[in-house]
Design a protein around this ligand. Structure first.
Ligand SMILES: [Zn+2]
Length: 386
């Protein structure tokens, strides 16, 4: 205890940091930023062990320093990853983290033998530590403002890279949008391109699923989604997430959407004048009666979801836009683009084609309103009141 006060203190801090539920760190433009943090954290930890060992011993016992300064920290890191995987609901274990930690410990080991054991002076150690601390502070710029309160809820973002490029572009922008939203709204999110790997229990942890550019096609995912929604799950779908035609063969999903099957679209993508269908709904209350929504491809549905008594239409394309399109022209017809099926906690938004969808403040407010409304109706209670 007396020989290793700093090392023990840092071990405690690492254990605390590993098991405490932190909101996800914002992504920064440093590739693999979190892995660097792991490496630096364990590297620094091992260097301190070296420092304290060298201060207390005149000669180096190779076996002992390898055990305490390299092997034990790696085992500790492995145990912590296991604990994250099996004991906490808020953090997940990652074997790449263990690898980063092991690399950090190994670098410290090499540095310990080559530098520290020869030129050990408080100044050298202080400089090294300062360097370590400043690197590990780097990825934390822009840390969520409300991190102290801890995460309020979890969202699962589903998208595909195996779709047309304009739908991929939308997903890229949407991922950035929801990432930024997570700072202030204080939620954790996971993103996936494969929903089949999630069990019912895992899905139930998410207050909302956000489908950016694709539906699910396998029987297993479809059934799991049906159970998730029937048991009070939340869903926000954009654009192609709701696309269905005669080949889709998922009647439950068509019902869930309000009965509409894809009928036609405008082409090329273009902005549209939209009207709010009600000023009584939380989603539309704060929106102008009419506004222009940025460029997208717009789908018309047959029958119109408005004909379904369970559907509440929130936003429609104004008939003033007709004829809408140049190559493919929509000339008439009811044209809802945002609606909810009141039997579920869901909102469908038809925008989501190309990279301009998040370029307008009013439209972004619409997205935020939809997100907050779906999440706030969680059967677990309104997390925004936490
Ligand atoms: Zn499209």
């Amino acid at each position: 205890m007396k020989t290793y006060p700093l090392s023990l203190l840092i071990a405690c801090v690492i254990i605390f940091l590993s098991l405490y539920p932190f909101p996800e760190l914002p992504e920064v433009d440093v590739p693999l930023a979190d892995k660097w943090t792991h490496m630096v954290m364990y590297g620094g930890f091992c260097l301190i062990i070296w420092y304290e060992y060298l201060k207390a011993h005149k000669s180096i016992n190779k076996g002992k320093i390898t055990l305490y300064g390299w092997f034990c920290p790696i085992v500790m890191s492995g145990l912590l990853e296991l604990a994250q995987a099996y004991l906490t609901s808020c953090r997940s274990g990652e074997w790449m983290d263990l690898l980063a930690n092991a690399i950090g410990a190994t670098l410290a080991y090499v540095l310990g033998w080559t530098v520290l054991s020869k030129v050990i002076s408080p100044k050298t150690v202080a400089t090294l530590l300062l360097f370590m601390v400043s690197i590990s502070a780097l990825p934390q710029e822009g840390y969520p403002a409300n991190y102290a309160r801890g995460p309020r809820f979890k969202a699962l973002i589903y998208y595909s890279n195996n779709v047309e490029s304009a739908h991929k572009e939308f997903a890229e922008q949407a991922l950035k949008f929801f990432h930024k939203l997570s700072y202030g709204e204080g939620f954790l999110y996971d993103k996936t391109t494969d929903l089949s790997q999630y069990t019912d229990e895992q899905l139930a942890e998410y207050d909302v699923q956000i489908w950016l550019n694709n539906s699910v096609h396998g029987e297993k995912e479809r059934k799991a989604f049906e159970r998730y929604m029937e048991n009070g799950g939340g869903w926000i779908g954009f654009h192609a997430a709701a696309y269905n035609d005669k080949n889709t063969r998922w009647p439950w999903f068509v019902n869930f959407l309000g009965g509409g099957v894809f009928y036609c679209n405008n082409w090329p993508p273009q902005p549209a004048l939209v009207v709010t269908d009600t000023d009584q709904h939380t989603v539309t209350k704060s929106l102008p009666r009419e506004f222009v929504i940025p460029s997208s491809e717009w789908y018309q549905w047959n029958p119109s979801p408005r004909k379904n008594p369970d559907v509440e239409v929130l936003l429609s394309i104004s008939p003033k836009n007709y004829p809408l399109g140049i190559k493919d022209v929509v000339k008439f017809g009811d044209f809802p683009i945002v609606w909810t099926n009141k039997k579920y906690r869901m909102v469908y938004l038809n925008g989501g084609h190309g990279d301009e969808c998040f370029s307008d403040a009013t439209t972004n407010l619409l997205y935020v309103n939809v997100f907050r409304w779906v999440v706030s109706t969680s059967p677990k209670g309104n997390p925004f009141e936490k």
